[in-house]
Design a protein around this ligand. Structure first.
Ligand SMILES: [Fe+2]
Ligand SMILES: [Fe+2]
Length: 167
């Protein structure tokens, strides 16, 4: 059974992963509308991954014999200036998620909840991967997107990444 402190923080994380899934889905729709099909496909796929992160937490809470409680999820923004501004805000958002995961790990350890502490290590590794992935994408944008032609190449590159992750 989870302590109330741990279960409250896990429920907050469920909400944050849900928000992240919605945010990336909304960004995907914006990219699709503006004709950046590669970015749209990549973000739609990434939204599904975030939904998976939410479900994994939800199932864990449930398996401990506690009731997962879904919090209110705020609406994501729906307007951006460019694909590069989208990927800049994603990188910042992922850094915030990492901070929240670290705070959760700290609470689990302090509460002596080593099962949750162990469960959360997957998220620690995942956040490391995601920060790295979005840093690489942002670098590509910063190198190439000064011209319209560059944006096209980044869009194609994201399509390639999305397709290789689908397999
Ligand atoms: Fe996530
Ligand atoms: Fe993420």
């Amino acid at each position: 059974m989870l302590s109330s402190k741990v279960s409250q923080k896990l429920n907050e994380q469920i909400g944050l992963e849900f928000y992240t899934a919605n945010l990336y889905l909304q960004m995907s729709a914006w990219c699709s509308l503006k004709g950046f099909e590669g970015c749209a496909e990549f973000l739609r796929q990434h939204s599904e991954e975030e939904r998976g992160h939410m479900q994994r937490l939800f199932d864990y809470v449930s398996k401990t014999g506690s009731l997962p409680i879904l919090p209110a999820i705020k609406a994501p923004p729906s307007e951006w200036d460019s694909p590069i501004s989208i990927f800049k805000s994603i990188f910042e958002h992922e850094c915030t998620v990492t901070k929240e995961i670290n705070a959760l790990v700290k609470i689990a350890f302090e509460e002596g909840d080593y099962s949750t502490f162990h469960f959360l290590q997957w998220y620690v590794g995942e956040q490391h991967e995601e920060e790295n992935l979005f840093r690489i994408i942002l670098d590509k944008f910063q190198i190439l997107s000064t011209e319209t032609k560059g944006l096209f190449f980044v869009d194609q590159e994201l399509k390639r990444i999305a397709q290789s992750r689908d397999r």
